[in-house]
Design a protein around this ligand. Structure first.
Ligand code: 6PG
Length: 234
């Protein structure tokens, strides 16, 4: 049974403070233990205030590699790109932020294979995976659609894959590269950053439903060995 811990905060600023502090702690522990840290950070808007605070942390950033939990397949610099948003918000001196979408790819599946190979070259498993959750229960870019089963039940060594959501999400109607379930749940630390009562209900229902949940987050978190920390503000 997955061990889930909810951490509740009075407002978005307290949430951001707590997330930044926890991520800093994970990075420091990884550097102490292994000399470096590789962390996957969620796209979307919720974690951005935490990234702004984290960027001010006194850390040995040159030992830190940051990848997005998922990326939209758009050119770098496109407003839809998570790495571009991350780079604008979170520019710690010396850290490596790795775009996982190669420049020219024939199709989204090829982009996924390229990201999978790139992630394999990093010291794996991730030291941290910080996820967001959408109102439809997606996480990273694990969406309902033709690639959902592969994202959830693909080969155990599959870290990332190309995903074509169906239906396309209105806020970013493009194909994506995403961490697979395996890439997420093998992280040494797993955190979720989420706000609002509606999303809290989606996650609570999804966790109850587990592997049979219609919500991807429920299927990602089913039978996860790691404790999962969910940081939430109303
Ligand atoms: C993306 C994200 C996605 C995000 C959720 C929540 O590329 O869209 O990685 O999984 O975390 O959609 O987004 P908000 O935090 O903006 O609600």
């Amino acid at each position: 049974m997955t061990e889930i811990e909810w951490w509740e905060y009075d407002d978005a600023d307290e949430l951001a403070e707590a997330i930044a502090g926890d991520v800093q702690f994970v990075i420091e522990s990884a550097i102490d233990a292994r000399g470096s840290a590789v962390i996957a950070l969620a796209g979307g808007k919720t974690p951005l205030p935490a990234y702004e605070k984290l960027a001010k942390a006194k850390l040995d950033w040159k030992r830190v590699t940051i990848v997005p939990t998922d990326e939209r397949i758009v050119p770098l610099g496109d407003p839809l790109s998570n790495v571009t948003a991350l780079g604008r918000t979170f520019i710690p001196k010396g850290a490596r932020v790795i775009p996982v979408v190669p420049k020219a790819v024939p199709d989204y599946k090829a982009a996924g294979r390229s990201a999978d190979a790139l992630l394999g070259d990093l010291h794996w498993p991730l030291d941290l995976c910080l996820l967001g959750v959408g109102g439809d229960g997606h996480t990273a870019s694990i969406f309902p659609g033709p690639d959902l089963d592969e994202a959830l039940n693909g080969p155990k060594e599959r870290r990332a894959l190309g995903v074509m959501p169906d239906p396309l999400p209105p806020e970013a109607p493009v194909a994506r590269v995403s961490l697979s379930r395996q890439g997420i749940v093998t992280a040494r630390a797993l955190m979720i950053a989420v706000t609002g009562k509606e999303k809290r209900k989606v996650i609570e229902d999804a966790i109850k439903e587990g592997a049979g949940s219609p919500y991807p987050i429920g299927r990602v978190l089913a039978e996860v060995e790691l404790p999962v920390d969910i940081h939430w503000a109303a």
